[in-house]
Design a binder for this molecule. Sequence first.
Ligand code: GLN
Length: 485
Amino acid sequence: MHMLTLAEISRALSAKEFSAEELTRVLLTRIAQVDPQLNSFITVTEAQAIEQAKAADQRRAQGETGALLGAPIAHKDLFCTQGVRTSCGSKMLDNFIAPYNATVVQKLADAGVVSLGKLNMDEFAMGSANESSHYGPVRNPWDTSRIPGGSSGGSAAAVAARLVPAATGTDTGGSIRQPAALTNLTGLKPTYGRISRWGMIAYASSLDQGGMLARNAEDCALLLQAMAGFDPKDSTSVDQPVDDYLASLEKPLAGLRIGLPKEYFGEGLDSRIADLTLKAVEELKKLGATVKEISLPNMQHAIPAYYVIAPAEASSNLSRYDGVRFGYRCEDPADLTDLYKRSRAEGFGDEVRRRIMVGTYALSAGYYDAYYLKAQRIRRLIKNDFMAAFNEVDVILGPTTPSVAWKLGEKNNDPVAEYLMDIYTITANLAGVPGLSMPAGFVDGLPVGVQLLAPYFQEGRLLNIAHQYQKATDWHTKAPTGFLE
Ligand code: GLN
């Protein structure tokens, strides 16, 4: 049962091959057996999951037929879940029981989805390796001596190891697409504003976007259908009708214009990943696509701009953790200043403190113009590059990551080396355009992902291309051996 995709589960549940409760129990048992090797879950919500599964079975018995009714998933531990700890991977929120559901959690619950628990992640979603979590690193099921990517590393490892068929994630600079690529999954970061951020703990609010990691594009479409939509509680949610993503999956690709940015194939890219990327292009050509070289000339400025803007927003967002209102509070503070200082110093890990310092510096008087404003100008140039490219082509294709999954600990003493791993994903967040990563082969037995980027609100097109590609190839069906029994 654990090998089934969401779409297959949906069909099996409606054919009454098994009940949601039976499936939930199988997966909970597997999580208990397998997850100690991976550390992908922070909290498993057994009792609540069984309750939700029983409720879904009852709704089906009464004639309801929703595609996700009774389907299991798990949430990245920064989506607030009512009555359940929502830690954001941080000691700061280790004791935080969310008093309400994030809009995404609520929408999925309304659709009848069964949540198995909360997934490990980099602390406050800062990282590309899932090593900065207060709850310890997550391991990649393809090779447990390696990282699964980050910051949605728990989501990626759990889905890749077939502990759960799909999971929510968030992507501020690549945190859905990069871990999806490193674990052989399909991951979608929708357009900024397509999915509500309400109840999603903020890292960098102008870049954060919720999405999902799943086994294929069809499952991403099923989830997006339920997760997308305008939310008056999120002021940056966009009031635009939600497309029929499942219907768009089957459109033929004839005439599709693909752009290959020359900057994506330069220095720093593993040549074997470049080869697999071009092989994926050949496959899409067979399906009717045409290809042309394009340029995103400001791409080289994306990482410096991001590492000013994201920490600046983070330093502001994280100022709310003061030891007073909620979260960690230090023991025996001498006075109020001591309470603030020690609660924050003890509650946040190294990477989070580094970013708060960088961000506070970039926003301080005298440096604001030199760093923050300049970074915002670069952001606009990057957006303009995309707009110009999308006048010529329908989608942009390139590698998702410059390398395959690296060893745990390998980049711990060099944060910049880890920052560089986001080189291909970060531009989409700066511009706000949607991006998808899909499996495209293996290098030394480790998964490689290809990224597709589209104009605003064209998630349907991304899912369509990935689905057609997945009908023609079988990379996405490969699973890490050793985690299947
Ligand atoms: N690795 C990037 C960062 O550390 C992106 C993380 C993310 O998308 N949440 O900020």
